[in-house]
Design a binder for this molecule. Structure first.
Ligand code: ASP
Length: 350
């Protein structure tokens, strides 16, 4: 990783220390000689964003050696980001992670479970248009994210949690979803209110923000023996059993219809039942971005409850998947079902 220091306050003393972790994505791209978008050298950020000099910040910028399109992000990258934040948690006032929007909600969700008990803000942001474009949203997204990462009240961080700032809203990371690939308001959090709205000033929704817990925990192990099974009308038994039969599989995030409903055919339910008997966890997450799974509300979900499918309530798929990765990697699997359905950091309504 490359590291540079920018003191935007010189000759005055900076008021806050913020670490920017640059992973790649559209944000930092510029057109090459052939007109193709490629990552630019982040050391040149001040040329693209001279307004940074007006902030009173001591910035440390750490860049991935090879900035990536976030479609190539891996759990090993999450481990690198989590380690950087853990190692620098006490010496920095906050963190801004620049990340491609495509998988930002997965990374933000993963980080929220890997770093429990944060006292400092970890603000993910990116852009729909590269910073080299005149109409880019990159400038506003970065400047406001830096302000949020540095914001304190009574000497404590105002937003001590993993969040996503995009298109004038600050959302809880593990409640967010990418919903838009063309317009600037790319993210939505249907089941939880914004943590802040940025207008002329930044209005924090303080009652919605997590209160810091004692002691920062770093859980750096991830188990990826998980599959996502999205149901659709006409899904064949071959497809379902191909997924449940994956060797070494430990859990399935099953994306169901509406309030957690699924076909009632006994052949479909028998495949699930067999998988559960073998010890595979099946977590029911709705395909709807808003609302929640209520197993037993309809006839079409009653049996899921009876065979031991776990209700994921109002968790997003991104949160469910990454929470399972962290929980499955823990040594003890006692009460796993209970821990999956209990809020770790605001990802589920309990
Ligand atoms: N494909 C890009 C990425 O996720 C899109 C973006 O940054 O918005 O890295």
């Amino acid at each position: 990783m490359k590291r540079i220091n920018i003191n935007t306050a010189t000759p005055a003393l900076p008021q806050s220390k913020v670490m920017i972790i640059y992973t790649g994505g559209t944000f930092g791209m510029a057109h090459d000689a052939n007109g193709v978008l490629v990552p630019f050298d982040f050391n040149l950020i001040l040329e693209h964003l001279p307004a940074l000099r007006n902030l009173s910040l001591d910035l440390t910028v750490v860049s991935f050696d090879q900035p990536i399109d976030s479609s190539n992000i891996l759990p090993s990258h999450w481990q690198q980001i989590a380690q950087l934040i853990f190692d620098n948690h006490d010496s920095q006032d906050g963190f801004v992670v620049l990340h491609g929007t495509d998988t930002m909600a997965f990374t933000a969700s993963a980080l929220s479970f890997m770093l429990q008990g944060l006292k400092k803000p970890v603000v993910f942001t990116g852009a729909q248009l590269p910073i080299s474009e005149p109409r880019s949203d990159a400038r506003e997204n970065l400047i406001t994210s830096l302000e949020i990462a540095a914001a304190k009240k009574n000497n404590q961080a105002i937003v001590p949690e993993v969040c996503i700032y995009f298109g004038d809203e600050l959302l809880r990371g593990n409640r967010s979803k990418k919903v838009e690939s063309m317009h600037f308001d790319a993210f939505q959090s249907e089941n939880y209110p914004p943590l802040a709205k940025a207008g002329v000033k930044i209005d924090y929704n303080e009652s919605a923000i997590l209160k810091p817990k004692a002691g920062l925990r770093w859980l750096n192990k991830l188990d990826t023996s998980i599959a996502i099974l999205k149901l659709f009308p006409g899904i064949t038994h071959q497809t379902v059993s191909a997924v449940t039969g994956i060797p070494g599989l430990k859990a399935i995030v099953m994306e169901t219809f509406g309030a957690g409903n699924a076909p009632t055919s006994s052949s479909f339910l028998n495949i699930l039942k067999e998988a559960i008997t073998k010890g595979i966890i099946i977590l029911n997450i709705s395909q709807c971005p808003g609302g929640m799974v209520v197993q037993g509300r309809y006839e079409t979900s009653k049996e899921l409850l009876q065979i031991g499918v776990i209700s994921g309530s109002d968790m997003t798929t991104e949160a469910a998947l990454t929470k399972l990765m962290v929980l499955l990697a823990e040594e003890s699997h006692i009460d796993l079902a209970e821990r999956i359905t209990t809020s770790v950091c605001g990802e589920i309504t309990n």
